[in-house]
Design a protein around this ligand. Structure first.
Ligand code: F6P
Length: 321
């Protein structure tokens, strides 16, 4: 049975992380636990940047973007000596349970700490939606809506000037943000890891579209599909004769107030993480599948394959151009 539990956020920040921290802290306190927060992810853990908190620490945070606990990526956390230092810091505080909010990298750290005797629970928090053990990660829905707001604006000016615009979105190696924003915006083309397109096909299609009634072509591209999107659009322009621009949405996608969906998801995950710790679970991550909360061993979550997107690909084929 755990008595003192800490929570941290790690990796790229995501809207809704604060709502999750809030739920972990409040559910922990209501269950009779002593609650702690760790700043700057695993880096703060190793450095002992830890604070005991009460319920007011998380007041007025459910609607805030970013992470009030700050975040970091600590590559050195793979090293056994660094992990042992982290365990020593937790022992110093008497902390026996740890909730980590982040992506796959964050889960790996939690798995290593569990092997060293700390009870750890992972919660998926990343805009990329690239965690296989859940249908949705915290932050993905907000980022998707942010992309749509941006594309709505880009559409206006692209039409006015009869251009083609390539819009690069985040996702790391996962195409969910690209595919779903492409569907939500009804764009002319989506280029993502699940939906790669040949160069010549792209050129031919854009020429075909520009000959039709529409004054614009919008193309959503997942980051990492091209080394340099600005160089690629020059090639598009040279080969099609269509005035073409590139927009990289970048970190704007990670900011902003979380959507209602993300706040609710984050709150459900946070409460469930505390329940899992109280049940004696460790090295487990929380997720949601078909709107049911699920618990998956982190070892399985890190190796399992993501569901395929066949139905979405069919939707793109039939509803987009
Ligand atoms: O994992 C979230 C994410 O925003 C990815 O989509 C992106 O590839 C990466 O982080 C960017 O990382 P950084 O903020 O360190 O540049």
């Amino acid at each position: 049975m755990v008595h003192k539990v800490a929570v941290l956020t790690s990796g790229g920040d995501a809207p809704g992380m604060n709502a999750c921290v809030r739920a972990v802290v409040r559910a922990g306190l209501k269950s009779g636990l002593e609650m702690y927060v760790i700043y700057e992810g695993y880096r703060g853990l190793v450095n002992g940047d830890i604070e005991k908190v009460d319920r007011y620490f998380v007041s007025d945070t459910i609607n805030r973007g970013g992470t009030i606990l700050h975040s970091a990526r600590l590559k050195e956390f793979k090293e056994p000596l660094v992990q042992k230092k982290a365990v020593a810091v937790l022992k110093e505080y008497g902390i026996d349970g740890l909730v980590v909010i982040g992506g796959d990298g964050t889960y790996r750290g939690a798995q290593d700490l569990a092997k060293l005797g700390i009870n750890t629970i992972g919660i998926p928090g990343t805009i990329d939606n690239d965690v296989a053990s859940t249908d949705y990660t915290i932050g993905y829905d907000t980022a998707l809506n942010t992309i749509c707001e941006c594309v709505d604006k880009i559409r206006d000016t692209t039409t006015s000037h009869q251009r083609c615009t390539f819009i690069e979105v985040m996702g790391n190696h996962c195409g969910d943000l690209a595919m779903n924003s492409g569907i939500a915006e009804g764009v002319e083309m989506i280029i993502s890891p699940d939906h790669p397109l040949e160069k010549q096909y792209i050129f031919d299609k854009l020429i075909e579209f520009s000959a039709g009634k529409k004054r614009h072509s919008l193309v959503i591209v997942s980051e990492k599909m091209y080394d340099n999107i600005f160089e690629f659009v020059k090639e598009v322009q040279e080969n099609t004769g269509i005035e073409t621009r590139a927009q990289v949405l970048g970190h704007i996608q990670r900011g902003g107030s979380p959507s209602a969906f993300d706040r609710i998801l984050a709150t459900r995950f946070g409460v469930e993480a505390i329940k899992a710790l109280l049940n004696g679970e460790t090295s487990v991550c929380i997720g949601i599948k078909c709107n049911k909360l699920v618990h998956t061993p982190i070892a399985d979550a890190l190796t399992m394959k993501r569901d395929t997107h066949d139905e979405l690909l069919e939707v793109i084929k039939l509803a987009n151009r």
